[in-house]
Design a protein around this ligand. Sequence first.
Ligand code: PGA
Length: 259
Amino acid sequence: MRTCFIIGNWKMNKSASEATAFVRELAQQVTDLAGIHVGITPPFTALHAVREALGPAPLFLLGAQNLFWEEKGAFTGEVSGAMLKDLGCHFVLIGHSERRQYFGDQDAWTNKKILAAIRHGLHPILCVGETLQDRDAGNTNLVIQRQLRAGLAGIESPSLADMTIAYEPVWAIGTGRAASPEQAVLVHRMIRGTIDELSGLDAGRHVRILYGGSVTPQNIADFLISEEIDGALVGGACLDSACFATLITVALDSKPATA
Ligand code: PGA
């Protein structure tokens, strides 16, 4: 059974003190997750403060927005998997479209980052998605299959079956124009098929696939109602604690709890 996972992608938002206040507010509004997973990804500079604010038995999983694949050394401005693990991170986003677009993250890099995450016991979340140009040209499947094949090269089951993939159409991110649940379901099925091919087994049905792109408390139920959609990667709607708490409550009502 694939446990529903809702992740708040904070991007470059919130100082350490703002982050701490946010976590305290959220914890007052959400007290029981009834078997679903909820993750938050503060910027690197707020990870320690958030870890402290979450306390000894955190309700929310802590994640990072990126990592670098080397263990240590002369890589100015980068952060390693070991450093994130040491701060109490549980998961890490890899290959978000903003990383690909603005910071040159390539498919080959996402692969190195996933392998580094696995090496350090961090759960990797590989983000894939097509641009509007790709979609209009009929290349959605082609582009996503390329991102998957390159990003997941050399990763075998059980690590493969254990992965989480976030399908985020680039044209839906931050635009208020979410994909339709039908569009998302078609791509999620294609992703499962590609993972089956890569694993040579049936890993596709074990992989958790989240939808991301303009998810809100108002539309999340339309996505989660589908068996194909195992959760959401949420940007804009995760930054206000009341909004994110409402979104989590809707998710709790929409997905059957798992142990
Ligand atoms: P959005 O961002 O919810 O603001 O569209 C999603 C994301 O980039 O992960």
